[in-house]
Ligand binder design. Sequence first.
Ligand code: MN3
Length: 237
Amino acid sequence: MNRTDFLRTLAGGTFAVGAIGNQVFADSSFDLLNAETAPFKQASLPYDFAALEPYIDKLTMEIHYGKHHAAYVKNLNDAVKGTAFESKSLEDILKTISKAPAAIRNNGGGHWNHTFFWEIMGPQKGGEPKGALADAIKSQFGSFEKFKEEFAKAGATRFGSGWAWLVAKGGKLSIGSTANQDNPLMDVSDIKGTPLLALDVWEHAYYLHYQNKRPDYIKAFWNVVNWDKVAEKFKKA
Ligand code: MN3
């Protein structure tokens, strides 16, 4: 891990500050100060990098969380610096993203989407949703199997880079996809609503292990979905 990566990890809260030692502080006080005062921070990954194996491999998770997501956070902080966006919540920025520069749209979306994505996955998960969420899925899509088919199709047919989504809006569930780092909270999005489930279909999310076989990655994703977390989001929606 080089110094910049180390500080990004530090900003993400993976290491306790007390464990760092004086040398690093003395050497990196400027970067550290930036990381501490920057408005947007990368939360720790809620599980180990290897926790989602064999479905999502450790190296992909290390690079995805430690490089890609970390870069969105850094670039978002750089993009809002000295602007009115600096004091706004990310959700508020996303709601009126059409008024923001592209750097904030891409990196703000990137930060929000990845934070959400890590949350709705977990080790020893998968299976099927239960309770009210299971009922809502069945009534909207016919069956859990049909829902999975439609969601997989949204992910597989998104051309280039983007995300597949399950959202709730006005008591109804719907499936769709967004390009790049757009998401259903954005005023520019075709699909709008409260995100319940998301799948990153950028090549960086799967290429090391699955290469060009995006459908295989989507199939494997069902083994790591944390349905309890999705149900929690459904309850609040
Ligand atoms: Mn990604």
